[in-house]
Design a protein around this ligand. Structure first.
Ligand SMILES: [Zn+2]
Length: 263
């Protein structure tokens, strides 16, 4: 059964988006997405229509959980009337279901955000399990050399041992290209008054945001839509910084989390 089919069914049964604590903006966006997407039966028919071989290929991309469609059942799956009978295979899935994906299944050139979009289309970022979140964001730098990690550390500025470091630092010479970790909308591009220096924030929808800090310059503005991997800024050492690097943050429902859980 397909994950699309399963999510379609869950969405159909789900109460109003507001009940999930979504912001109105996200709810509207989600509504538009849902409206633009065909229902579970139609998708089942489409996948059945391409045959079992293609179904296996889809499974390899991580889009399909299991493939159990018999070739002989294609006509039955094409008919909504038949698909709604008791013989229809179980298509519901637990919201807590952990689905293992390999790194190669992150997306395609056509839809590089595929897995992230799929995860966020059925739940808020806060409901995404660590196993699901891993590898859903792209690298903000071509060369990812981790330096200071997320969490409590000795402040490099004050020497105080109890500083909470809100992001993951990556070594990068000033002027290095900084790229969007996923597609989204720029919600902030300017001076961060609390140490981030020149900062860009991208909203990826449904409670997931990424921030890019200490930049020397930004090449995007608020409201701009960006694609995954798009050049958004050049790294720098602006704000509370001791040298050229990128301070990268991932925020889930407004709270910072360890970016390594999503990279
Ligand atoms: Zn940092």
């Amino acid at each position: 059964m397909t994950q699309q089919a399963a999510t379609g069914r869950r969405r159909a049964e789900a109460p109003a988006a507001q009940a999930h604590g979504l912001r109105p903006r996200d709810a509207a966006r989600r509504g538009r997405r849902a409206a633009a997407r065909p229902g579970p039966v139609r998708q089942l028919a489409e996948i059945a229509g391409v045959g079992q071989k293609a179904g296996v290929a889809l499974a390899a991309t991580g889009l399909v959980l299991t493939v159990t469609l018999p070739t002989a059942g294609t006509e039955a799956a094409m008919s909504p009337a038949v698909a709604d009978t008791a013989q229809q295979p179980e298509v519901t899935a637990s919201g807590e279901a952990v689905v293992a994906f390999s790194r190669t299944s992150v997306g395609s050139q056509v839809d590089p955000d595929g897995r992230l979009k799929q995860l966020l289309s059925v739940q808020s970022a806060g409901g995404v399990s660590p196993a699901q979140a891993k590898h859903t964001l792209g690298a903000p730098l071509d060369s990812m050399v981790a330096s200071s990690p997320f969490g409590y550390r000795v402040s490099p500025l004050s020497g105080w041992a109890g500083e909470f470091h809100r992001g993951q630092d990556f070594a990068a010479q000033c002027g290095t290209a900084v790229k969007a970790a996923a597609s989204g909308t720029v919600t902030f591009a300017g001076w961060h008054p609390y140490g981030g220096g020149n900062r860009v924030v991208i909203d990826h929808g449904n409670g997931l945001e990424t921030t890019y800090n200490h930049l020397s310059s930004a090449s995007v503005s608020v409201g701009q839509k960006v694609e995954r991997g798009a050049l958004i800024a050049l790294s720098g050492t602006s704000g509370a910084s001791t040298g050229c690097h990128l301070h990268f943050e991932v925020m889930v429902n407004g709270e910072v989390v360890d970016p390594n859980g999503w990279l």
